[in-house]
Write a protein that binds this ligand. Sequence first.
Ligand SMILES: Nc1nc2c(ncn2[C@@H]2O[C@H](COP(=O)(O)OP(=O)(O)O)[C@@H](O)[C@H]2O)c(=O)[nH]1
Ligand SMILES: [Mg+2]
Length: 163
Amino acid sequence: MGIGKTTAIRSLCGDLMVDCDVPNMDPSSCAKESTTVGADFGVVELDGGEQLHIYGSPGQDRFDFMRGWLLSMSIGVIVMIDANQPDAVQVATRYIRTVLSVSESMPCMLLQARPISAEAADRFTSAITDILGMPVPVIAADVREKSQMLDALDIFSSLLVTI
Ligand SMILES: Nc1nc2c(ncn2[C@@H]2O[C@H](COP(=O)(O)OP(=O)(O)O)[C@@H](O)[C@H]2O)c(=O)[nH]1
Ligand SMILES: [Mg+2]
C-alpha cells in the first residue's frame, strides 16, 4: 500500500484511468489517507494505434484472489517496490514467484519506485538474481513523473515483443 500504483497509472494515462481508492481504514500499517481496493485501470495509446491496458492490483494478501484473476489475463507484469525496505528482496521475490507460477514465460520487470543509492540498487538486483536463479530487469522511476513512467513503459514494451 502506498508504493505508487495509482499515481503511476495516473501519470501514464491521465484522464484515461479509473482509480479504486477509498479511505484507508488501516493507518497502523501505512499512514496513507486512501488505499486501492479494486484494480485501478488505465489505457495508454501506443504509436500505431494500439492500446495498452494497465491494471493496478492491490498488494495486500487479502487481495490474492484479485491478483490471480488479473494475472490470468495479463501479458506482462511490473512489480513496484521500495528497495530501501529491509524486506524488499523477500517481498519482490515472492511477487515474482507468484507471477511465474501463473506463467513461466510471463514478462516481468521490477520498478524501484523510491530513490535508492547505486550501491543499494546493485545489492538488491544481485540478491534477486541469486534467489531466483535468473535475471529480472530492474529499473528506477519516479512514478509522479510522466516522462519517467513513459520511459519505463518503453523498456517494459521491449520485453513484451519478445514473447
Ligand atoms: N516523497 C515521495 N513520494 C512519492 C514518491 N513516489 C510516489 N510518491 C507518493 O506516494 C504516494 C503513493 O500513493 P498511491 O499512488 O495512491 O499508492 P498506491 O497505494 O500504491 O496506489 C503518492 O502520494 C505519491 O505522490 C517518491 O519518490 N517520493
Ligand atoms: Mg492506489
